[in-house]
Design a protein around this ligand. Structure first.
Ligand SMILES: [Zn+2]
Length: 149
């Protein structure tokens, strides 16, 4: 005799409880794995999940229902724009006295350390054109002219 199926058939939990329960498994963004993964609720405060641990890396962190940068699709193709290097990183180990005064008539190459009259010290990160250079300053990258006669 086969056992009746009724006894083993559980109703799917369509009614998701609005009160999170400690120990319950939940999908969360893992800040360590950088992925949406199964997590276990660690603590709940005022009906909200405050802490979870990742079932994959066992790391504890705050609950994040969505990956960071919501609104953008996680698999969206990245723009072809190269990442702009950080100014302080670029400036590290450089001697301010070695900076060349910027002038449109001068010519500059990638990696040059310059000093602009308005923007201050900057590092040439790329040559855009025959007479254009991209320079990272403290307040961001700028395109400047060079080799102008
Ligand atoms: Zn993880």
């Amino acid at each position: 005799m086969l056992p009746t199926r009724l006894g083993t058939c559980y109703e799917p939990q369509t009614m998701v409880s609005t009160t999170p329960v400690v120990g319950k498994e939940i999908d969360s963004w893992c800040t360590k794995c950088k992925l949406m993964l199964m997590h276990t609720v660690e603590s709940v405060a005022k009906g909200r999940i405050t802490k979870v641990h990742c079932n994959t890396c066992k790391g504890q962190h705050a609950y994040r229902a969505k990956p960071p940068g919501t609104g953008t699709r996680p698999r969206a193709s990245r723009p072809a724009v190269a990442k702009i290097p950080d100014f302080t990183t670029l400036l590290r180990g450089r001697d301010a006295a070695a900076a060349r005064a910027y002038a449109q008539t001068d010519r500059f190459a990638e990696g040059d350390f310059i000093r602009h009259a308005t923007f201050g010290p900057g590092i040439v990160i790329a040559r855009r054109d025959v007479n254009k250079i991209e320079v990272v300053f403290a307040d961001g990258p700028k395109v400047l002219m060079h080799r102008r006669a």
